[in-house]
Write a protein that binds this ligand. Structure first.
Ligand SMILES: [Zn+2]
Length: 417
């Protein structure tokens, strides 16, 4: 690493990063150390104002695009060059933690500030972004900001989406943009030279392996299905079992068959049935109708494709006397990160003598969309017992600072290409 780069990395402040994380955690704080900061809510607006204030203290230009993605820019020597982008999200789950998303945003700010303090120059501009509505807790779907930025979806597709109170995204977005005036207006599909996102792992692998840095190789693919099982309701006391079309019993057999289908020796496949609606849902009536969700994930494209195709036939075979309908509700292919960005992250961890390991991301992230338009990678740091989307989410200040240092070094490498 060059001397100026070493100086910038050394100026990443564990104390300042932690202090800012704790200040942000006050915005939307809920009992149990958690955070409820829904996208485009008054809490989100408050967090945006704090971030804008910190950026302006350093005289960084702050901009916003039509979906509300917030950008903080540190100029490069070549003003015409596409920027290297880093960032994550500031919204949270309704019962979210203090680190999911916001760590990547504040680690990016820490990187920009450390570079500034060291007086280091980069060829390309470096931009920090806070993507709008990553979580999808208030407005669905999730990862809206990055979907619009990368052109995967159009802003117009989302404007009429409503939250549980009936508020349209159009109005919440307008409120957010008017509450944060004076920002440079940016085009929606501005080009990027590369993207790196720092994030807590949200799983237990780094902690269990005793590693500080996760060099993320990609994001696993997923398939979602709704399975509807139709039978006939009958009296629980009088109808012989052999004559029943019990939709709940068939559902259990189907779930068991899918569990067998997805069993693997390496425990890499993820299989979840997390939602089930039973009709009539009465203790002394045979269930006539059951609707349940299926979520299957794997990082390997061929494996997830094969599993996705096998769900419906396996479910039909196990359905017994009931009729079933299988509907695909979500289909994300695995994303494989750019080898140059993955290597840059690994090199940075090695140069800083931080123990690291390569791993795929189990959760979806904005990086999934960015990977479609520019070389992309991610940096993970451990979180306590892998707990996330939970008030108890926790991470160590030293690990978070280590992640910010790796981010700074990797950004410097990519911004000089
Ligand atoms: Zn997140």
């Amino acid at each position: 690493m060059r001397e100026a780069h070493q100086d910038a990395v050394a100026r990443v402040s564990e104390e300042r990063l932690w202090r800012r994380l704790m200040e942000m955690a006050q915005i939307g704080a809920i009992p149990g150390n958690g955070v409820n900061r829904a996208a485009l809510s008054k809490e989100d607006i408050a967090a945006r104002k704090v971030l804008i204030g910190w950026a302006r203290e350093r005289n960084f230009e702050v901009g916003v695009d039509a979906i509300g993605n917030l950008f903080v820019r540190r100029p490069g020597q070549d003003a015409a060059a596409a920027p290297v982008i880093t960032g994550s999200h500031m919204d949270s789950q309704p019962r979210g933690g203090r680190f999911d998303g916001i760590f990547g945003v504040l680690a990016g700010l820490e990187a920009l500030q450390a570079m500034d303090e060291a007086g280091v120059k980069t060829r390309r501009p470096i931009e920090l972004v806070a993507w709008t509505n990553e979580e999808g807790g208030r407005f669905q779907p999730c990862t809206m900001g990055s979907a619009v930025y990368t052109g995967a979806r159009k802003l117009e597709d989302f404007l009429e989406v409503r939250d549980n109170e009936g508020v349209a995204l159009r109005d919440a977005l307008w409120q957010t943009l008017t509450a944060t005036p004076g920002l440079a207006r940016r085009p929606v599909n501005a080009p990027a030279a590369a993207y790196i996102e720092a994030h807590i792992e949200q799983g237990p692998l780094l902690e269990n392996a005793g590693k500080t840095i996760g060099v993320v190789t990609g994001i696993q693919g997923l398939r979602w299905f709704n399975i509807e099982v139709s039978g006939r309701t009958d009296h629980a006391g009088t109808t012989p079992l052999a004559l029943r079309q019990d939709a709940l019993r068939s559902s259990i057999q189907i779930i068991h068959a899918l569990h067998e289908l997805t069993r693997d020796a390496t425990d890499t496949v993820r299989f979840t049935v997390g939602r089930m609606l039973v009709t009539p849902n009465s203790p002394n009536s045979v269930a006539s109708h059951v609707l349940f969700s299926v979520d299957v994930r794997h990082p390997d494209p061929a494996t997830i494709a094969g599993l996705g195709k096998a769900v419906e036939p396996a479910a039909r075979k196990a359905a017994g006397p009931c009729a079933i309908t299988v509907t695909s509700t979500l289909h994300d292919d695995p994303c494989v990160f750019d080898p140059n960005v993955v290597d840059a992250v690994e090199r940075a961890a090695n140069a800083l003598k931080l123990p690291s390991m390569r791993l795929p991301s189990g959760a979806s992230h904005d990086a999934m969309y960015l990977a479609r338009v520019c070389p992309t990678g991610m940096i993970f740091v451990p979180c306590e017992k892998g707990v996330s989307h939970n008030e108890a989410e926790n991470a160590k200040p030293a690990d978070l600072a280590a992640g910010a240092r790796v981010l700074t070094a990797a950004l410097l490498e990519l911004a000089n290409k």
